[in-house]
Design a protein around this ligand. Structure first.
Ligand code: NAD
Length: 472
């Protein structure tokens, strides 16, 4: 049983609690405070009043220490993720490794000087002066709001750049998975982080979200989640910087020259890892007509062997999705697609929050299953006839996050790189491929503002300043 973690505002005095349940069994596995609007205001007041003064060395040291502690506590932390999210242990263990990477990359960035020096005697009217640039933390407080699908890594991607830049953050994790965020915060406090630099508020977003967006101390809102709430934040934020990392509908495109076995392996990995709940999961398989038969057979075969079930079992390849409501939505979308002519080849079995990996072919790009984001382990196969067709279908949704392409032809690779309306193009990789340091994020409905990834986030979390001085 996970011990109750009570953070946010004045949690010890909170009379209202939020229960956290294990999606596989429904058992109550923890409890957090349900913060009031007044407690959220107090968190911002504390943050605004505090001026972080950690040296670069101290910030790096805290993050490296937290990474080392997390690696030591891998089993405990991964267990917590599986318990509250239903993600299987394999996925949770992988996530902890990523979180430790984020911390180490953040530490490296904190140590890297970011200033530039410009001489001013470059033109006839220049002077013997120099311009020096530097990056400063924000004057106000950062609000961070995170989704459920990577309970700790999404939180790490907000918190680490904030620490690296000596900012103050108030973070609201998803009410579906608040325990991993609290665990991460406690780890950082233990590693030496002043608590004023990171406060976690947990609660009901219908009650506290407006304060998180509109509190006068907020300078930046960094949000990762669905399009609807992202656009709601954009409409309410007013004169504040916003960073929105939103939904995806990523294709894996299989060209006629592809090695079919290798492509099918990428397809299932990209579709089912993390229970299909990645913004960059493969949500559409676009396959050239000449090899769709063989490709589909291989995907079905691999799906048959994908072990799904108890998230806590070390051999399970896929646990539950986040809750029963999500599983029911996938079931409904698949049934609707079938009623419109799609063919169900395997899957679409539901038991509570457990939803089996599912493959359909004869899928048309207009079906809601593939036009909207279906955030679960569903593999819809769509046929195309040539590269123009593949690019047209790929670009034909409101989303533009990432993509994966299976081809060995350089002419195809460069056309996809130039013509796909997305933030990332991965040749011979799943759309989700990235390292935690590099820029990551989408366009169109998939994101607005700076990208994520430790380096890019640092740019969005700071203000540039220049100062000039005489230089004889
Ligand atoms: P969600 O949009 O339902 O919730 C995200 C967060 O917003 C939660 O913390 C929630 O409590 C909060 N929230 C709810 N109402 C709010 C309001 N009125 N104002 C402000 N915040 C509010 O998303 P989810 O279901 O938790 O996560 C899945 C979504 O996140 C998917 O669409 C997925 O593609 C997206 N996602 C995107 C990325 C990316 O980097 N682009 C990464 C991971 C997930």
């Amino acid at each position: 049983m996970t011990k109750p973690l009570l953070l946010g505002g004045e949690p010890a005095h909170s009379e209202r609690f939020l229960d956290v349940h294990h999606p596989y069994t429904g058992a109550r596995i923890g409890v957090v405070a349900m913060a009031t609007v007044d407690q959220v205001r107090e968190a911002f007041r504390i943050a605004q009043a505090y001026r972080p003064a950690l040296s670069r060395y101290e910030r790096a040291d805290i993050m490296n220490r937290a990474a080392a502690m997390l690696r030591m506590r891998l089993a405990e932390a991964a267990r917590l993720i599986s318990l509250e999210s239903g993600l299987c242990q394999k996925d949770a263990i992988y996530e902890i490794g990523r979180v430790a990477d984020v911390l180490n990359f953040g530490a490296n960035e904190a140590l890297r000087d970011d200033g530039q020096v410009f001489s001013c005697d470059l033109t006839p009217h220049g002077k013997r002066r120099k311009v020096i640039t530097m990056r400063e933390p924000l004057q106000g407080v950062i609000t961070a709001i995170t989704p459920f699908n990577h309970p700790m890594n999404q939180v790490a991607h907000k918190v680490v750049p904030s620490i690296a830049t000596n900012n103050r953050m108030v973070l609201k994790p998803s009410e579906k998975v608040p325990l991993s965020a609290c665990y991460f915060a406690e780890l950082l406090y233990e590693a030496g982080l002043p608590p004023e630099m990171l406060q976690i508020v947990t609660g009901d977003p219908r009650e506290i979200a407006d304060e998180l967006i509109g509190n006068p101390h907020v300078d930046l809102i960094t949000f990762t989640g669905g399009v609807a709430i992202g656009k709601h934040i954009a409409a309410r934020a007013g004169y504040r910087r916003i960073v929105l990392e939103l939904g995806g509908n990523d294709p894996l495109i299989v060209m006629e020259d592809a090695d079919i076995e290798r492509a099918a392996e990428l397809a299932v990995q990209g579709s089912y890892k993390n229970s299909g709940q990645r913004c960059t999961a493969v949500k559409r398989m676009l396959v050239h007509a000449s090899l769709v038969g063989e490709f589909t057979e291989m995907v079905v075969e691999k799906t048959r062997h994908w072990r799904y079930g108890d998230p806590m079992d070390a051999d399970t390849d896929m646990g539950t999705v986040i809750d029963e409501a999500a599983a029911m939505l996938f079931e409904q979308r698949v049934n609707a697609a079938v009623s419109q002519g799609a063919r169900l080849l395997i899957g679409n079995h539901r038991d509570g929050a457990l939803y089996s990996p599912t493959v359909l072919d004869n899928v048309h790009p207009d079906m809601a299953l593939v036009r909207q984001e279906t955030f679960g382990p569903v593999s819809p196969i769509i046929v195309f006839k040539d590269i123009d067709d593949a690019i047209r279908i790929s670009n034909g949704t409101a989303f533009g996050l990432s993509s994966g392409v299976c081809t060995n032809r350089m002419d195809y690779a460069t056309r996809f790189a130039n013509e796909l309306h997305v933030g990332n193009v991965n040749i011979w990789e799943v759309p989700g491929y990235r390292i935690e340091l590099t820029p990551f994020g989408g366009i169109k409905d998939s994101g607005l503002g700076y990208k994520e990834g430790v380096q890019e986030a640092i740019k969005s979390f700071t203000n540039g300043k220049t100062f000039t001085l005489p230089w004889a």
